[in-house]
Structure formats: structure tokens, C-alpha cells
Design a protein around this ligand. Sequence first.
Ligand SMILES: O=C(CO)COP(=O)(O)O
Length: 250
Amino acid sequence: MTEAIRPLIAGNWKMNGLKSALGEFEAMIAGAGALAGKADLLVCPPATLIAGFADKALGSKLAVGAQDCHARASGAHTGDLSAEMLADAGASAIIVGHSERRADHGETDAIVRQKAEAAWRAGLVAIVCIGETQKQRDAGQTLDICGRQLAGSLPDGATAANLVVAYEPVWAIGTGLTPTPKDVEQVHRFIRGVLTDRFKAEGGKIRILYGGSVKPSNAAELMAVTDVNGALVGGASLKATDFLAIAEAC
Ligand SMILES: O=C(CO)COP(=O)(O)O
């Protein structure tokens, strides 16, 4: 069932990247065409770069996304950006509920769900992130935590076209550590079960990305795991050669 799912390799640049990164992005555009047979490619730069990158990527095989949005469409929310604004700038997807936002900004599952709904309201794909901390893993709570985050963060009405789930164990982010393929498979199989229970046949088609220290050297092993339908890549997505090599591994 899941074999037919087209992989997505998504880059999350986090708070990295100035206008001078345009050359790196153009190198990604140049490489994306040859990889179109393997995977969909998406780069989520900081919001300041979305419009410029989206203009450059027009007509290419590289999509541009955002890293967060406010739940409301407009209003008195100083410093925030709505999903509608990000769509207007050229984003086609928005990452919501990244563990860094959950930790740094106190985002709860309920807030994440509202943000996913905001992405849909603007016609964009919501990439909803979940994942356990080291402490939770050590306590044997990985599946409980992921189950709770999924139940609270995913809105009703998810489809393969409007939702991507990203499993990012917090302890694997930026550390060079990764779970074993067996551990990844266990969590992804669990997520698949939650998705099919809740969204029926559609849940069998929703992409489940793995994220956390994905790099060219471990991408093939991770992408080969059952129910891993791509990657959400942080540090290695800043360099075109690394990002493209990860997509090549699909
Ligand atoms: O948080 C991540 C992507 O959203 C993963 O980051 P790294 O690939 O740098 O570990």
C-alpha cells in the first residue's frame, strides 16, 4: 500500500539564510529537475526569503514552503505572519508544530492543530511535526507521546494532498544521532496505524517523513524503512550538494 507513495524531501532552513544564499537555492533548482522522477522537493527558508526564492523557483521542480504561521488570517498580531500571507509570497506548504516552536514558543497540540487548519484555509499543505524527547524515550513513552501529539495536532479532514506528518525525535535533531532503522520503522508503522484509523483509506496515502540528523551518508538506509515516505532535513538542507544527495537516495 505505502510503496506507491511518492517521497517528499523537505528542507527546513530554520533561522539560517540571508539573501546571499540565493546561489545555493539556485543550485538546488538546477538539480531538482533530474530528481523529479524520484521525489518531490521542498525548501522552507526563513520567511524573509520566501518571496524571492518562490519567484526564482517558478516553473521548476523545487517548491518553497514556510516554517510556521499564525492561526488567524489577519489582525493585530505584531510580528506574526498568516498562512494567507505566506501563500501570497509563494509558499505551497507550511511546517507546523516543529519541536523548536513547541519548546521555544510554548505551542500546544491545540495551537498546532489551529495552525494546520490555517494552512488548509489558505490552500496550503500542512507539515505537522511530532516526536518524543530523550527523557520520554528513556521512559518508554515514545508511542504514547506520538499518539497524543497526533490526536491533538491533526485536524479532521486530512488527506494525502493537504497533510504531511513528520516524525522528528527531539533528541535526534541537530545531534548527529538517529534512531535505528528498526526504531524508526516501529514509530512510522504506529503513525500509519493512527492515520488509517482516523482517516481511513486516505490515511494510508498520507506521507510520513522522518526528520533528525538526516544526511547523505544515512539517507538511503532511513528512506528504505517501511512507511518512511521522505525526510524533513535541517542542517543538511542548507547545502545544495547535501540536499540533492539526500533526494538521490530515495
Ligand atoms: O529539525 C529538523 C528538521 O525540521 C532536523 O534538523 P537536523 O537535520 O539538523 O537534525
